[in-house]
Ligand binder design. Structure first.
Ligand code: SIN
Length: 497
């Protein structure tokens, strides 16, 4: 079978390598260079190395709890049951996860995990180690690679995905295939402040929406609690809190215990909201106090964070550092079954692009690299299987357009204006009225034709599509759950990143 994989993070490259190893002819298409994207930035690690007091069942229970009751237990079981094999595969491909002096793999802990079960590499450079290894494996294989190719649209013929239309060197080009895997990541650049690298603009999800694929759970956007509140967004891994660091306010008080008995290790959405509220109350960022870990541990365990914080003028071994939340991960996406199949025959989605059901309303830390590896491999295996009956996979209409615009005074559309609107109205702390305002403004913008000349223009159009779908989904969910949190009195989220 001829397969096109769009995207080259852990999910895309896992799908590509597995498909290639199963005898398929594979082309990986990627927007920048192979391995660009979110995977390389992941600090925490891969969840799923179970010690004697731990098990896949406990990991599943933690995943379901963090998901606020909205994860699919069957999908979660597949995720955790696949962990051992996928971690072993990454090691076999050459990922040097950190080990203790006796050679055993080290296990880290992060928020909402009841056990230390996260493997990491280079201390806090796990994603870079994985991306480097998978890129090298891909380049060493017969997988064809097309870099600097922007996904314009899916080619769908008679209801079946048959390829992709790409923009390469300003020329629109069609690549045909028997099946397409979308692995283009999330859409962090919907927001003014995000941990995601440039280019994370929801291109695959927007293309799938245009093609009529079902999407779901787009209202569930995860905000990482601890971004260094100085300079360009830089993530300070949750693993730092897993090692014992605390969050303190201006009075030096640990305030997260007021929100949850697990304090700093409560689910990510709870911690992020507690930080935003306390920062708004005191009018300055809260601080992450890692001083108790000592300079030597901080340098060894978190070399990247140690380097960047020092470059930005902080000695975190002696002084707590200012932190603030930023958009980090999209729990929703293109609806798939547990083999990555979407509602369009021939179209698969894996990784953050997909809504497999494993994250519900809030993703558990370090489950994203695991998801990419597990479901990337499963999608490759499913290529040989017959597509399920049409009744299960019928394409559905794209999300209903946002309401007819009531607000005729919207500022002109720019990416920055959209990001600001989403940050203010469909962000960490939301209100029904604010979401409605966002819907109205987005409707005004969506009614005006956008220029579609450059890649940036196409990205803007994709972000607008995603914003409309996200705001519509948020409006439809009238109760707070997980990362979708409605408050009547909204505390401003500090603009400190
Ligand atoms: C982190 O290191 O805090 C991020 C890990 C994740 O997003 O799962």
């Amino acid at each position: 079978m001829n397969l096109i994989v769009v995207g080259s993070g852990i999910a895309g490259l896992s799908a590509a390598l597995h498909a290639h190893e199963r005898g398929h002819s594979v082309t990986v298409v990627t927007k920048g260079s192979l391995g660009d994207g979110c995977t390389g930035y992941a600090q925490g690690g891969v969840a799923g190395l179970y010690g004697p007091d731990d098990s896949p069942a406990l990991h599943a229970a933690d995943t379901l709890t963090a998901a606020a009751g909205l994860a699919d237990p069957a999908a979660v079981e597949i995720l955790v049951d696949g962990a051992a094999e996928r971690i072993a595969e990454l090691i076999a491909r050459g990922v040097a996860f950190d080990r203790s002096a006796d050679g055993s793999l080290l296990r880290g802990r992060e928020a909402a995990h009841s056990r230390a079960r996260i493997v990491h590499a280079g201390g806090d450079a796990t994603g870079a180690a994985i991306a480097g290894t998978l890129v090298a494996a891909t380049r060493a294989s017969d997988v064809s690679v097309v870099e600097n190719a922007f996904l314009l649209d899916l080619v769908v013929t008679d209801g079946t995905a048959r390829g992709v239309r790409l923009l390469i060197d300003d020329v629109s080009t069609v690549l045909e295939a028997d099946a397409v895997v979308l692995a283009t990541g999330g859409a962090g650049h919907l927001y003014s402040h995000t941990t995601n690298p440039e280019g994370t603009t929801g291109d695959g999800i927007a293309a799938a929406i245009r093609a009529g694929a079902a999407v779901a759970d787009l209202e569930f956007v995860q905000f990482h609690p601890t971004i260094l509140a100085a300079g360009p967004a830089f993530l300070v891994s949750e693993a730092v809190r897993g090692e014992g660091a605390t969050l303190i306010d201006d009075e030096g008080r640990r305030f997260t215990l007021e929100s949850h008995p697990d304090g700093e290790l409560a689910p990510r959405d709870v911690v992020a909201r507690a930080i935003a509220r306390r920062a708004a109350e005191q009018g300055s960022p809260v601080r992450l106090d890692a001083t108790m870990l000592g300079a030597e541990t901080l340098r060894r365990r978190f070399p990247t964070i140690d380097r960047v914080t020092r470059q930005r003028g902080f000695d975190w071994s002696t002084t707590p550092i200012p932190v603030t939340p930023a958009a980090h991960y999209l729990m929703g996406g293109i609806v798939t079954d547990t083999d990555g199949r979407t509602t369009i025959p021939g179209l698969f989605a894996v990784g953050e692009t997909a809504r497999t059901g494993v994250h519900g309303a809030n993703r558990l830390a370090s489950n994203s690299l695991l998801e990419g590896a597990v479901f990337g491999a499963r999608a490759a295996a499913a290529l040989a299987l017959p597509w399920p009956a049409a009744s299960d996979t019928r394409p559905v209409a794209p999300p209903a357009p946002v309401s007819a615009a009531r607000n005729t005074h919207a500022v002109p559309f720019t990416r920055a204006a959209l990001q600001r609107l989403m940050w203010d109205e469909v962000g960490l702390l939301r209100s029904a009225e604010g979401i409605r305002r966002a819907c109205d403004t987005i409707a005004v913008w969506a009614a005006q034709p956008l220029p579609l000349q450059s890649i940036a223009d196409h990205e803007d159009a994709n972000l607008l599509t995603l914003a409309a779908a996200t705001a519509t989904a948020a409006l439809a969910r009238t109760e707070s759950v997980g990362s979708h949190h409605l408050e009547s009195a909204i505390a401003p989220v500090l603009e400190t990143v």
